[in-house]
Unconditional design. Structure first.
Lengths: 181, 131
């Protein structure tokens, strides 16, 4: 994965397949502390201790179409290669919390990427519940809620050109206002 | 319309366009429109499925084809990512492999518009994938 956006797009599907109705994605950039962290919380079915301990094993997966599961291991590898850390906590029946920390100034830290396109594509595909994306920098915080957006757009299609461009512009403008990168 | 900075701007814009566009009738009858599912598991994303999906949306819109574009998981053809499953109304789903921008054009022009099969189909005896 080349960007943090791609990781997010990938990892969130774990939450979706865990049946989560509330997914929270929090990205924090802090220049003073020189960190960039990605936290994903969900209220999905969670994992028992054994599954959790194997979740970052590339040769472990919960699905049956193939024998590898690379989403989490790749994120862990990227975080650790960029002077950071990776933590995964889960409770069966309650949900899962993932935290990947990168060193902000590290040369190997994947850039944020086109998170506006990523979020837009996620809106099109994820209709089972609420997803909140929030991005904090030293300049401020931008939060984005799927439910709020769906309420505004109502019965107009998200694929409608004006809506698509509007949503993407909205995310882009707000992120550039807080100097997210 | 100026820059869209707030949800209020977004709402205003939606109201402006709502008057001139058709509503999402399609969502009530998904079997009557073209369905495009883009394989977006780790393997797909790493091969550029995000661009493929975005391009599909833009192209279908340009051609004014009613279609629902969504993500799906890994179809088990990781070697051929990005993979796309296209279901024409009342037809069985067809899976295409190695779908880059050029292939998107070809799929839309030949298969979706004219129903002609093209190269790059993954020969399958499969129903739809729901994982």
């Amino acid at each position: 994965m080349r960007t943090l956006s791609e990781h997010i797009l990938d990892i969130v599907q774990n939450s979706v397949s865990a049946g989560a109705t509330l997914i929270e994605i929090i990205v924090v950039e802090n220049k003073k502390k020189d960190i960039c962290s990605l936290t994903i919380n969900d209220n999905g079915c969670g994992m028992d201790a054994e599954t959790l301990s194997r979740a970052t094993d590339p040769f472990f997966t919960s699905r049956k179409t193939r024998k590898v599961g690379l989403g989490l291991p790749l994120l862990k590898q990227n975080a650790e290669a960029a002077g950071g850390s990776f933590k995964l906590e889960s409770q069966p029946g309650k949900g899962t919390r993932l935290e990947a920390v990168f060193q902000l100034s590290n040369f190997d830290r994947p850039p944020l990427g086109d998170i506006w396109n990523t979020l837009y594509l996620m809106v099109l595909s994820y209709d089972k519940g609420e997803l909140i994306y929030s991005h904090q920098t030293e300049k401020g915080t931008f939060s984005f809620s799927f439910n709020e957006l769906k309420e505004i757009v109502g019965d107009v299609s998200f694929q409608q050109k004006e809506i698509r461009e509007g949503v993407i512009e909205y995310i882009k403008t707000n992120l550039s206002d807080i100097e997210a990168r | 319309m100026g820059k869209i900075k707030s949800l209020a701007d977004l709402r205003k814009m939606k109201e402006e366009v709502q008057t001139k566009i058709k509503l999402r009738e399609t969502s009530n009858h998904p079997e009557q429109v073209v369905q495009v599912k883009v394989g977006m598991a780790t393997c797909g994303i790493a091969s550029g499925a995000k661009e493929t999906m975005k391009f599909f949306i833009e192209e279908l819109e340009q051609e004014a084809i009613d279609a629902v574009v969504t993500q799906t998981g890994c179809m088990g053809y990781c070697y051929a990512e990005p993979t796309v499953e296209v279901t024409l109304p009342k037809k069985d789903p067809v899976v295409f492999g190695h779908v880059d921008k050029e292939k998107v054009h070809e799929i839309i022009n030949s298969y979706i518009k004219r129903g002609e099969l093209i190269d790059g189909i993954i020969p399958v005896n499969f129903k739809t994938i729901d994982d």
